[in-house]
Design a protein around this ligand. Structure first.
Ligand code: ADP
Ligand code: MG
Length: 375
């Protein structure tokens, strides 16, 4: 099993000011021309210092949905059809772009990882069926559920039908299965989108505290690909997970309900981070059994690929939460401290007059950063 951890910094929102930008993507100093792989953020206790965190790659506010998909997710589709499972997580504080990254907007250019993944799966299925002159048949089916307070709820089921205890999970030949989960065949992208939208509506209208609820549950979409050639059947699953917000809920609300929620969110995200760390270090023991989410996803158990996208907001109001996200996602990596003369300015969106397609960077505004090499 292999894992990639990539960071994505979202653009400023309308109400956010450029002067409050504190998070920056930077290339590794040893490869100044390579794509950025470092996230730099000031030390909140001493802003003359900056912390650097290294990832497999870092996408800044100019990165498009297509770039993120093409670079990080498209390469996994080939493995999926070879029979490997693929798992994609969006991790981050509420409001940092997890849903935007995973689901995205309605416009073609704004579509997120999930619709692009499905589109790619269908394209490949058609090609395989054509290339084998129909000897191989590919079926696609989906299930979609949320994990809330460590309980599993089917998103194809309306709220009224939910049992408070959620669906039971059971071990089945070493694999954990959710008992009674709806699985819907979907033969085309259009099919998929209808079902997906329907289930999402179910999710958001179901909660009385709309956003409060959705940011406290993990939404797990599983796409099962079955390839049948004669007697040979090959099944693999792509899972795309929009995780609960990683902010520390205890800091903002001490209500009893929130305490229960945040305890189970923190536990599952903590176990997830441990699994990601263990997989990336190629350790033999991966603690996936320690939370329901990692258990259901069999994270670490089978041969597969995992991509974790760490979503980040660029602004000061998220400073401490961003730092804890970065630490959490990157506990294995060494963190370096760089001295900077002043609070740096950062890249902005391209100005309309930039005809070259190369974003205009207000270099004059930028304070020199003097990073030390990361070992
Ligand atoms: P989360 O799911 O992590 O709570 P959202 O995906 O809802 O966050 O994003 C918060 C806001 O930021 C939304 O208004 C979303 O449209 C916007 N946003 C996030 N990422 C981007 C991006 N890469 N480009 C443009 N807008 C974005
Ligand atoms: Mg969201």
């Amino acid at each position: 099993m292999s894992v990639r951890v990539v960071a994505r910094i979202r653009p400023l929102l309308k109400q956010e000011l450029e002067k409050d930008t504190i998070v920056e993507a930077a290339p590794n100093v040893s490869e100044p021309l390579a794509t950025p792989s470092i996230v730099r953020i000031p030390n909140p206790k001493n802003e003359a210092e900056a912390f650097s965190f290294q990832f497999n790659s870092v996408y800044d506010q100019l990165a498009t949905q297509q770039q993120v998909f093409d670079n990080e997710i498209a390469p996994t589709v080939k493995h999926l059809f070879k029979g490997f499972d693929v798992t994609i997580f969006a991790y981050g504080v509420t409001g940092t772009g997890k849903t935007h990254t995973m689901r995205g907007g309605k416009l073609l250019a704004e579509r997120g990882v999930i619709p692009r993944l499905l589109s790619s799966i269908y394209r490949r299925s058609r090609k395989i069926e054509k290339d084998t002159e129909g000897d191989t048949k590919v079926d696609v089916a989906m299930s979609y559920y949320e994990i809330y307070n460590d309980r599993v709820f089917d998103l194809f089921e309306s709220l009224e039908k939910r049992t408070p205890a959620g669906l039971p999970i059971r071990d089945n030949n070493g694999k954990t299965v959710v008992v009674g989960l709806t699985e819907r065949p979907c033969t085309s992208l259009k099919d998929f989108e209808t079902l997906y939208d329907q289930a999402n509506v179910n999710r958001s209208t179901s909660a009385t505290k709309l956003n409060a609820h959705s940011s406290r549950s993990h939404a797990v979409l599983c796409v099962k690909v079955t390839q049948v050639t004669g007697n040979e059947v090959r099944v693999s699953t792509a899972s795309a997970i929009d995780l609960a917000g990683s902010e520390d809920n205890r800091r903002t609300d001490n209500g009893k309900e929130r305490m229960v929620e945040s305890a189970s969110i923190n536990k599952s995200l903590f176990v997830l981070a441990q699994c990601v760390e263990a997989i990336s270090k190629k350790q033999n023991r991966i603690p996936y059994r320690e939370s329901k989410m990692t258990r259901i996803l069999s994270l670490g158990q089978n041969n597969g690929l995992t991509v974790m996208i760490l979503n980040l907001a660029p602004v000061r109001s998220y400073h401490l939460d961003t730092l804890s996200s970065l630490n959490f996602a990157n506990r294995t990596k060494k963190i370096e401290v760089n001295e900077v003369e002043n609070r740096p300015f950062f890249r902005t969106a391209p100005k309309p007059e930039s005809k070259s397609g190369i974003p205009s960077v207000p270099l004059a505004n930028r304070q020199p950063l003097r990073p030390k090499a990361l070992s």
